[in-house]
Ligand binder design. Sequence first.
Ligand code: FAD
Length: 323
Amino acid sequence: MALRDFFISLSENQTLSNAAGQYGLKLGAQSVVAGTTIEEVIESIRKLNEQGISCTVDNLGEYVTDESEATQAKEEILAMIEAIQVEELDAHISLKPSQLGLDIDIDFCYDNLYEIVERAHEYGIFVNFDMEDYKRLQPSFDILEELAKSFDNVGTVIQAYFHRAKDDIENFKDYRLRVVKGAYKESEEVAYQDKLDIDINFIELIEYHLAHGHFTSIATHDHNIIKHVKYYVEQYDIPKEKFEFQMLYGFRKDLQLELAREGYQVCVYVPYGKDWYGYFMRRLAERPQNISLVTKQVFNKKTNTLLAVAAGAYLLGRLTKKK
Ligand SMILES: Cc1cc2nc3c(=O)[nH]c(=O)nc-3n(C[C@H](O)[C@H](O)[C@H](O)COP(=O)(O)OP(=O)(O)OC[C@H]3O[C@@H](n4cnc5c(N)ncnc54)[C@H](O)[C@@H]3O)c2cc1C
């Protein structure tokens, strides 16, 4: 658990994020991030499409506090929507409200999201609102519900670790939803802390939306959950058109292909852009085993130094707090 906290705290460190961003993907982070430019990500998406796998594409970035940066992110996403249309890719958009101004001003964020969803709607492209930490949850849902009054191409994520998740899934049952376990560090007042509690809630939420809701994206690398879902849909005769399995780019590629070959819909979450740091740290927090697998490819001397400095700063902070 301590290691998880360590990587989550690193994921929230803006100074390190800025420093890491300068290095781009030249370090070799291609194993989990699909490029830094639209041209590069198009290539990655095309390869996945050729294997019968659809994509949800995410222009990396979060917690933006500067208006011009949020506007730039909006322009980048609009350009990606155009690219999906022109290149005829089997892909849709995932975005984080905090990248588009949620922390700046809710009306500003709403206007940015409106423009994105409207453009995607013209082309019949779906837009998913990724869900971030608890304090951003309700404001993001509020914007989503407002937009859903005008557009039907929007949906969001239900995070199973939240106590309120069952109420949310009921409220959003007419939406296309992605169900996940939840990736941020949350307090026990709002979220289950125990892995078993989260897993049980995760399964119940998936089953509820499969049985009562609109389209369900089951987003997990957990083979036990996937096995259970396969069993459940067969038992209750739920057609394969009503759901898909989602996994992150570069994770469990064999399982992605195996599911696609078995005739299940599979969608890969494809992140791209230079702002890869927070995303990558959260992935390490979830699965520290990835450190040995990925660091070999991702980090060279410069980033190893960066991480060492980060680790030092973190430990120093902990020690100072203890005193
Ligand atoms: C497509 C997608 C979108 C997401 N969107 C969001 C979001 O919007 N908001 C949010 O909070 N979170 C999001 N997440 C992250 C999610 O909340 C979890 O933190 C993350 O998926 C880890 O949980 P898990 O279910 O994959 O499996 P875990 O609980 O991490 O792992 C369970 C078990 O599965 C096996 N396993 C897991 N990973 C691997 C691997 N790489 N290789 C081999 N075995 C493995 C291991 O046996 C492990 O013990 C998303 C995840 C995915 C896949």
